[in-house]
Design a protein around this ligand. Sequence first.
Ligand code: SAM
Length: 270
Amino acid sequence: MIQASLTKVPRTLLLPLIARAEVSRWKNPELYDEKAIQLSDSLDYDKKKIIRNMLESGMLGLAVRAKKFDAAIRNFLTTHPKATILNIGAGLDTSFYRVDNGTLTWFDLDLPESMALRKKLIPPPSRVTYIEKSMLDYSWIDDIGDISNGLFIQIPGVLPYFKEDTVREFLTTLAARLPQAEIIFDVCSPMGKVVISERIKKSGMGDAPLQWGITRPEKITSWSPHIQLVNAERFFKDIPKKWSYSFKTWYLMGANDRYKVSQVFHFRFI
Ligand SMILES: C[S@@+](CC[C@H](N)C(=O)[O-])C[C@H]1O[C@@H](n2cnc3c(N)ncnc32)[C@H](O)[C@@H]1O
């Protein structure tokens, strides 16, 4: 068993990992992630408390987020089979193991603290490189090298932890420097920011409150003429409500989408 002694935002990397692992154990799961099960079983943490406080709907939401990001990457790979995929705020994300087509080039980027745990648990396979940097240290653009076969960036569960000014500066910088790249990330609404922060706190991650809430993707396209909207989708769009889910989960899936509490935004830089 490996002790995961992380602080602040890096500690939150346990939540999506545990969610993907737990949902994978359900009957007919929305996402099956064998690597997440293996990793989750090898970590020493208060799993029961985390699972209890994430709620069934929270775990489903995190699994569905991974499913939607996977679909967008797979779709990009159909036209760019040798693309570079950059996974920002990688944590213990396992999407490489779900979407690898055998020809892509993959980079996982995270802060040194989180990367230290990742390296210990998941040594990088071939075609995968780890970058130990903040996403705000733009020297990673040089690190990823040639992107003439296409660049797709995924940022699951990271941007809401930053203030809007920082997100704006980050996205407009990337849009200016990485034309033709596509980027996908999840957002929460201003109300969602409060509700989700509370759930994160209850899971024992209280020192990492969310800072940015947004509902309209047009706000982001208004920041730069180089940012074009590809898709904005509520978390549970096209996700069936199953009889095995609790009534509370049914209600929260509906409420999430009605009030746009959590969404996936996908943009292209032009
Ligand atoms: C909620 S976790 C998400 C982990 C992973 N994306 C997933 O879905 O399993 C947030 C991640 O963002 C990372 N992070 C926080 N600040 C960062 C920064 N400035 N640059 C890169 N990563 C950062 C943390 O270390 C952590 O791994």
